[in-house]
Design a protein around this ligand. Structure first.
Ligand SMILES: [Zn+2]
Ligand SMILES: [Zn+2]
Length: 337
C-alpha cells in the first residue's frame, strides 16, 4: 500500500510509492566517466582568464585582491546577474493590480578551485573548508547591507542540475524580499514554537535520533539524515546539533566540521550513485530573523535522479519512488576514499 507522508516543516504531503519503489542501487547512474581536462583555455573561471570576469570581491591565496592568478578560492559578481545591487526598493502597483519592484540584489559566483576538474566531491577536507569559509565570509558581508533580507547559497552540479559551466563553482544570491516559500517554513516553525515552546527542527533531529532508520551519519556537531517525507530519492539534509538560526553565525570549528561532513556525504553520493548531477542549498533564516529560537539552518542536498512531471506540477504533491529508510541504509554502507 502506498503511503502519504506529511513534511512537518512545510505541512506538504508526499506520496511514498512503496510498491513502485526501486532498490537504492537501481538509482545508480549508468554512465561512463567523463574525462574533464585540468585546465580549459576558454573557461572564464580558469587561472589566467581573470580579466574575463568582473573584479573579484574575495580571494583566498594571494593576500590581495586584483584579479591576479595566484588564488585558491575566488568570489566574483555574476556577469549574468539575476539581480543587481542598485535601484529602488519600493513596491509599485501599476494599474492598481500587478505589483513589481526593481530587481535589486546581489548575485555572486564562488569559484571553488583554480583547477577545472577538481570537483568538490573529490577534494581534500581542507579545500572544502576554504569554500565554506568563503561562503560564510560573503554571507556576513552581504547581511550587513540593510537592503537584503535573504541570502541563499547553493550549488548546481551537472546539466540536469542547471549548470552550463563545468568549472567547479557555487553561487550566492541576496534578495530584498523574503519569498512565500521561506515565509511558509518560518510560519510553520513559529506556530510549532508557540504551541510547544520548542524548536521544530531540534525536535525533528531528536526524533530522527530516536528512530535511527533514516540517519546516514553523525559527527560531534552535525547529523545527516534522509527526511521522513523526502520529496525525491536520496534527498539528504545536514543539520547542526546545536540550535543556530543562521549559517552566518557558525563558529570556525563548526565550519571545519561541517566541511568534513559535507565532503563525506558528497563522496558517498558520488561513489554510491556514480556521479549523479545534484543541487545543494544552504537554508538559513532571513537576515532580520537570525536570532529566533525556532529556525535551524541546514543544508539540503538533492541528487537529480528523477524528473518532475504533470502530477507534481498540478498538485504540488511529489511522488517518491524510494523510501528514505532504504536510501539512508544504502548510503550508510557506501565506503569513502
Ligand atoms: Zn575552468
Ligand atoms: Zn532548534
Amino acid at each position: 500500500m502506498p503511503q502519504l507522508r506529511q513534511d512537518p516543516s512545510t505541512n506538504e504531503w508526499v506520496i511514498m510509492a512503496k510498491e513502485r519503489a526501486k532498490r537504492p542501487d537501481q538509482f545508480r547512474k549508468d554512465k561512463k566517466k567523463k574525462i574533464v581536462p585540468e585546465k580549459d583555455a576558454e573557461c572564464p573561471f580558469c587561472p589566467g582568464n581573470e580579466s574575463k570576469t568582473p573584479p573579484e570581491v574575495l580571494a583566498y591565496g594571494t593576500g590581495k585582491l586584483g584579479n591576479v592568478s595566484d588564488w585558491r578560492v575566488r568570489v566574483i559578481p555574476n556577469k549574468y546577474s539575476a539581480l543587481v545591487p542598485e535601484g529602488d526598493l519600493a513596491r509599485t502597483e501599476r494599474e492598481d493590480f500587478f505589483r513589481w519592484m526593481d530587481g535589486v540584489g546581489q548575485h555572486e559566483v564562488v569559484i571553488e578551485t583554480p583547477s577545472h576538474n577538481r570537483f568538490i566531491h573529490l577534494v581534500e577536507e581542507k579545500e572544502v573548508g576554504e569554500i565554506i569559509l568563503a561562503y560564510r565570509e560573503r554571507y556576513r558581508m552581504l547581511r550587513e547591507d540593510p537592503r537584503y533580507n535573504l541570502i541563499i547559497i547553493f550549488k548546481n552540479h551537472g546539466e540536469a542540475a542547471g549548470t552550463s559551466l563545468e568549472h567547479p563553482h557555487s553561487q550566492i544570491v541576496a534578495t530584498p524580499i523574503v519569498p512565500a516559500y521561506i515565509r511558509r517554513k518560518y510560519e510553520v516553525s513559529t506556530q510549532y514554537y508557540d504551541n510547544t515552546g520548542r524548536c521544530l527542527y531540534c525536535d525533528m533531529v531528536k526524533k530522527e535520533f530516536r528512530d535511527g532508520s533514516r540517519i546516514v551519519m553523525e559527527s560531534e556537531d552535525f547529523v545527516v539524515f534522509h527526511p521522513f517525507a523526502s520529496r525525491s530519492p536520496f534527498e539528504t539534509v545536514i543539520v547542526p546539533q546545536r540550535h543556530c538560526c543562521s549559517f552566518g553565525d557558525i563558529s570556525d570549528d563548526e565550519a571545519r566540521e561541517f566541511a568534513g561532513v559535507l565532503r563525506i556525504i558528497l563522496q558517498k553520493i558520488y561513489l554510491g550513485l556514480n556521479d549523479p548531477d545534484f543541487n545543494y542549498v544552504i537554508h538559513t533564516a532571513p537576515t532580520k530573523d537570525e536570532n529566533k529560537d525556532y529556525y535551524l539552518w541546514h543544508l539540503q542536498l538533492l541528487p537529480r535522479l528523477t524528473t518532475v512531471a504533470g502530477f507534481e506540477l498540478g498538485s504540488g504533491i511529489y511522488i517518491n519512488t524510494a523510501l528514505p529508510e532504504d536510501t539512508a541504509a544504502y548510503l550508510r554502507e557506501v565506503p569513502i576514499q
